[in-house]
Design a protein. Structure first.
Length: 127
């Protein structure tokens, strides 16, 4: 398993809420449907402002490659990036592998229902 962290710096002239509202309405449904493995989407409180970070889990690099290619070909995703991409002034992504003592070492998210099954890292399995 691997986790991809994607970091986007949103233009200071764009209210962060505008980016998040458009992404949640247009992009997130397509990404959850195609990518699976949605771990979370976060905004910064301290440090770089107008920044979002999101995390996605994949089985391996080939799984990621196939899912990202399918996403790039999806018309719903294309409609989203036409709106949100101009709002992003810089982006970065990192691929991370869990350590042997990480509480998350297996794919934590299944998209087998409408909302998906969310991993609870504090124990108790999924909710």
């Amino acid at each position: 398993m691997l986790v991809e962290q994607r970091t986007y710096d949103i233009s200071p002239g764009i209210p962060l809420k505008d980016f998040l509202d458009n992404y949640e309405r247009l992009g997130l449904p397509a990404q959850k449907r195609i990518l699976g493995g949605f771990l979370g989407y976060f905004t910064t409180e301290f440090g770089t402002q107008n920044q979002v970070r999101h995390f996605w889990a994949y089985s391996d690099l080939e799984d990621r490659r196939q899912r990202r290619a399918a996403l790039a070909a999806d018309h719903e995703w294309q409609a989203c990036i036409e709106i949100v991409r101009p709002m992003i002034i810089r982006w970065d992504n990192s691929i991370m592998y869990p350590t042997s003592f990480s509480p998350i070492r297996q794919l934590p998210v299944r998209a087998d229902d409408e909302e998906g099954t969310i991993f609870n890292p504090l124990g108790g399995g999924s909710r």
